[in-house]
Design a protein around this ligand. Structure first.
Ligand SMILES: C[S@@+](CC[C@H](N)C(=O)[O-])C[C@H]1O[C@@H](n2cnc3c(N)ncnc32)[C@H](O)[C@@H]1O
Ligand SMILES: Nc1nc2[nH]cc(C(=O)O)c2c(=O)[nH]1
Ligand code: SF4
Ligand SMILES: [Mg+2]
Length: 205
């Protein structure tokens, strides 16, 4: 599979924010979000061909009990992703997969927790909302909010999916004003978890 980087850091996003984690970043993406902070991984050619064995070895050497697979869009390389995730899971290491919600992820759910990012208008992209029905309580949903239109879109999506089983994380596009979003979440008593990208706040990878 084509990989841009592996590194060890604190998980800066999502349900396991703050936990020590090894990151595996897949190269190539099918979207081009306006505010994407990972432009260096959007093209498949930016990655280096790497085997599952090489990645497993790096995971074992790191000693981490938790791996986050991100990108780019990891599900674009599903044929190699599924056996990799199965192997990491077999080794007793917890796996999270970050995805943009445009490609079905059923094959990895046996081995990993899926975080589906629902793309909002300011991204210029759109997720496949039918995939929300496949999420379990051990998965999660993320909305990255850039403006009020994004917020209203999120409220609309949540209202249209009352049976959603996964917890919801909300984060502002990094660097944009977060206070109005926090105040609105409190005022409207939304059952969501607000987060800032922790790694950017403390300036680590
Ligand atoms: C770089 S993406 C890779 C995984 C997958 N392509 C996706 O979009 O979920 C990982 C996460 O970073 C988030 N992200 C990227 N740029 C961001 C920014 N400027 N502010 C906040 N979150 C951002 C994405 O929305 C996504 O949830
Ligand atoms: N520390 C840290 N946590 C992260 N969680 C998700 C990330 C990503 O780029 O997908 C990320 C990242 O790039 N760094
Ligand atoms: S889907 Fe993810 S990696 Fe692709 S452009 Fe959007 S944020 Fe970046
Ligand atoms: Mg990142």
């Amino acid at each position: 599979m084509r990989i841009t980087e592996t590194f060890v850091s604190l998980q800066g996003e999502g349900l396991r924010q703050g936990m020590p984690c090894m990151f595996v970043r897949f190269a190539g993406c099918n979207l081009h979000c306006a505010w994407c902070d990972t432009r260096y991984s959007l093209n498949n050619s930016q990655g280096v061909e790497t085997t599952a064995e090489e990645i497993m070895q790096a995971v074992i050497v790191s000693g981490m009990r938790y791996v986050c697979i991100t990108g780019g869009e990891p599900l674009l390389q599903k044929e190699e992703l599924v056996p990799l995730v199965a192997a990491i899971h077999e080794a007793g290491v917890f796996v999270d997969i970050e995805t943009n919600g445009t490609i079905p992820f059923g094959e990895v759910q046996e081995y990993a927790s899926v975080c589906m990012d629902v793309k909002c208008p300011s991204s210029g992209e759109m997720s496949d909302l039918s995939l929300l029905d496949s999420l379990r309580p051990e998965d999660s949903v993320k909305f990255v909010i850039g403006d009020e239109a994004d917020y209203l879109y999120m409220v609309e999506v949540l209202a249209a999916h009352p049976d959603l089983r996964a917890p919801v994380c909300i984060t502002p596009v990094f660097g944009t004003d977060a206070k109005w979003l926090i105040e609105t979440i409190i005022a409207e008593k939304l059952p969501v978890r607000f987060q800032l990208q922790l790694h950017k706040v403390v300036n680590i990878p």
